[in-house]
Ligand binder design. Sequence first.
Ligand code: MYA
Length: 618
Amino acid sequence: MKSAKVILGANRCLQNKLVPLYSCRAASTAGKDAVRQSDSFTLNLFRGQLQPAQVFPYPEVLSADQKQVLQELVPPVERFFSEVNDPARNDQDASIEPETLNGLWDLGAFGLQVPCELGGLGLSNTQYARLVEVVGAHDLGVGITLGAHQSIGFKGILLFGTPEQKQKYLTRVTNREYAAFCLTEPASGSDAGSIKTRAVLSPCGTKYILNGSKIWISNGGTAEIMTVFAQTPVEKDGQTVDKVTAFIVERAFGGVSSGPPENKMGIKCSNTAEVYYEDVPVPIENVLGGVGNGFKVAMNILNNGRFGMAAALAGTQRAAIRQAAEHAAARTQFKRKLMDFTAIRDKLAHMCMLQYVTESLAYMVSGNMDAGCSDYHLEAAISKVFASDAAWLVVDEAIQILGGMGYMKATGLERVLRDLRIFRIFEGTNDILRLFVALTGIQFAGSSLKELQRAFKNPAAHLSLIFTEGARRAQRAVGLAPRADIGSLVAPELRGAAGELAAAVDQFGQAVEGTLVKYGKGVVEEQQVLNLLAAATIDIYTSAVVLSRASRAARLALPTAQEELQLASAWAREALGRVGPALAAARGEHDAHRRALSELGLRIATRGGQLSLNPLNL
Ligand code: MYA
């Protein structure tokens, strides 16, 4: 196993601000009429614009050398997980055997993206995705041990570390010292900005003194090196206010302790624990990313790692589908194979579609990141949300196809279902991420509307903006707006679907504008509407992604091209078919129904549960 490494050398509520969130590759600030621009497919949807740059063609980012590295690395990792690692035993023991962990360290699996000169394998995001997919197909518990270490534990050092920090710590986290990402606190889960852990500068000014506690920290009981987020006093406009700062904290600094491993539903073999900090002295040179910048550091670490979940869960789904397909082909009931029943075939086809979308998303996002795109946050969030929802459905259906056998521990699927449940909760719950997608997109659309409003206050100075935007709106109002033609970017078989995609983008832009006009800044409180917009966003983006991937398969005449075209076309049909009804609901078609549900929900919560008695009144 050692050889592989040698070969490689290698809310407080989401705030109500209609201001730009992120830096953009193509941001244009030239001229007073400039509206913020971005190459992000998803952000542009919110302005009703189909921006193909980050989706078409499907990214091809691996060099010949990088492909070669993967060809040499994937088989030993596959072998390791098939022959050495035992997921059932890990689950039963709620720990990973030391030989397995040692084997993973020997493989270089704990430092996949650390530069070679600092002890890692120097892999790109796309290469990382491929290996993580293998891990996800075999053991999600081990995957979390690996992921908590490198996807978030020391990722901040990789992204924001000074050369000295990188030299000092990356050499250690690739050499058998575990890392952890310590953000969540008892009173701060989704509301990450409200953490209470504090660090204050010591009188001598050479160190911070850190106090507080964190919960549910993956690798929290084993990590020697931690990225810890704490409030620090900073000067702002002549006043002292608290802002979050990120620190690199060593257990060896003293004052760091951990609780016992948590007893969890799944990913049992991964260590999850509370971590306590009591007067921990942290040298000032261990501030990561600048004093007061910790919230952004945390968000960017999470943004940067989310595609890994999609990659892992693409592997999980692939493995579950294989089990279900083998069973469907082998099992006879009513004198017929299960696969001869259309109900079973339909299930398998849907499972395959979900897996295809998940996998396409993972490599689309990793490919864009490798190509240097900086505006990928929404797409990364969508990949995490979609993958974790899809994996739940796929593994659940696999269990259903296996029937009683699927419910038995021996098949392994019940463990996988337990393991993957947390993926819809951690690294940003899917509920929070859907709101994040919708609100960030709306802010982007709002920024352009705001520009327009401003322009109308001084039309003489903003004529070009008024003419362009004014003409666009007028054309749209009479149904003459030119639609982006992406027919030439997709395989001939997918041109119909590409037309439907363009129409959906147009409809979506109008719905967003209508939402902004209807609710203004109050849109932030309209979570049902935001969820509908997020659902439509996900359906549109995933359709575009699979149309792009299948077109690539056709262009390259891959042996699976026909099936990919079928999967993509079937997905686009289903997903785009949902967009119209979702947007109609967002525009207010079912306002009374939504209000009624909201009132019911409140009554249920305030009255402590179900509102009706059972029919027997007993
Ligand atoms: S770790 C714990 C994960 N915790 C979370 O994810 C917390 C979720 N909460 C949030 O993300 C935020 O608090 C939300 C915003 C989104 C709710 N990118 O006023 P704001 C900027 C860039 O909206 P809030 C775990 O579970 C924003 O622009 N910037 O903030 C590990 C604004 O900037 P400015 C962002 O309302 C499990 C500022 O921040 C982002 O407080 C183990 C404030 O914004 C963003 N996303 O909340 C996993 N969001 O001031 C293992 C906001 O300039 C890994 N901002 O306007 C396994 C992986 C791989 C698997 C491998 C298997 C093999």
